[in-house]
Ligand binder design. Structure first.
Ligand SMILES: [Mn+2]
Length: 318
């Protein structure tokens, strides 16, 4: 019999697994990738009696692969907070799915484990940008403000490590990062003793420093467009950079473009104070899609850049 641990490569996925494995130690096959790699269950070929634990990837995306595993006689435990679609009933499937905006997968695992590894859920909630939930969970642990700040820093660093087009862009493969983390019962010991933490912290700082020098392609009070060069650091930092812009300018919509061969990868966030219109804009381009507040275009041809900037301004300036 084989155990498979299938998890998002970001802080939430890694810390969810960390909580479970501290409570239920076992050797398992690790299946993970960059943050945007979410079709993970289809990567395994389970046999009858095998057990899958799936963490922090949308059930909707993985439903078919889960059903196939169940049909083969495998068992599956599924924890997630992304929109799930219809969840089938099956005697070998247990789901812990909650799409409330103030939970993340690690907080669902925390609930499942009755808080026994809660400090890792605090790290994860910070990594998923759920600052209020992170602080609420931290309150019960009676940590000092300086300790909470350090947990936030760890959450942000582990989350940052998951951003990239492929794992080649990352500093650490998320499976290796989990493996390193798994030797520590307490995240504070990890930060004190593990050089990996300092590497990530410094790399994150370097990437943010580089992106600071990128001048906006256009900006006004309502919206701004940034174009980052075709480089691994751009692909790593574009997500955290977008989060940072949204927090610093809640009244402004943002587009962050990353140059790639023949065009751009585009990520659009509507203003936090007016969180809609991003999907309408992106759908006007081939390979565009997303949600009202956050959407993207997988490949914007170079020749369409000026049209994109014009339509972006029209969408968010009116
Ligand atoms: Mn998550």
């Amino acid at each position: 019999m084989q155990f498979y641990d299938i998890f998002n490569g970001d802080a939430d996925g890694i810390c969810a697994l960390q909580q479970l494995r501290l409570e239920e130690p076992r050797a398992s096959v690790l299946v993970t990738g960059v943050k945007r790699d979410i079709a993970l269950v289809e990567r395994v070929e389970p046999a009858s009696g095998d057990e899958l634990t799936v963490l922090d990837v949308s059930f909707k995306t993985n439903a078919r692969a889960v059903m196939r595993a169940l049909e083969r006689g495998a068992r599956c435990r599924y924890f997630d907070h992304h929109s799930a679609g219809e969840i089938p009933q099956h005697p070998n499937l247990r789901t812990f799915i909650d799409t409330a905006p103030d939970v993340c997968t690690s907080l669902l695992v925390d609930r499942y484990l009755s808080g026994r590894q809660r400090i890792w859920a605090v790290v994860a909630a910070f990594g998923d940008n759920l600052f209020k939930s992170a602080r609420r969970a931290a309150e019960l642990l009676q940590l000092g403000p300086a300790e909470i700040e350090r947990l936030r820093e760890l959450g942000e660093c582990v989350n940052y490590n998951a951003y990239g087009e492929t794992v080649d862009d990352l500093h650490y493969h998320p499976a290796d990062l989990f493996e390193t983390l798994s030797h520590y019962r307490d995240p504070r010991e990890f930060m004190d003793d593990e050089p990996v933490f300092d590497v990530l912290k410094n790399a994150y700082r370097d990437d943010l420093y580089r992106v600071e020098s990128v001048k906006p392609e256009m900006q006004n009070g309502k919206c701004a467009v940034f174009v980052l060069p075709d480089a691994a650091w751009s692909r790593r930092v574009s997500g955290p950079f977008s989060n940072d812009l949204a927090q610093r300018h809640p009244g402004r919509a943002h587009a962050v473009l990353v140059k790639k061969s023949g065009g751009y990868l585009v990520s659009v966030r509507a203003a936090q104070e007016k969180p809609f219109g991003a999907d309408d804009l992106c759908q006007r381009f081939r390979s565009g899609g997303g949600r009202k507040g956050a959407a993207g275009i997988n490949h914007l041809p170079e020749s369409e850049l000026s049209r994109f900037v014009a339509e972006f301004q029209r969408q968010f300036t009116s």
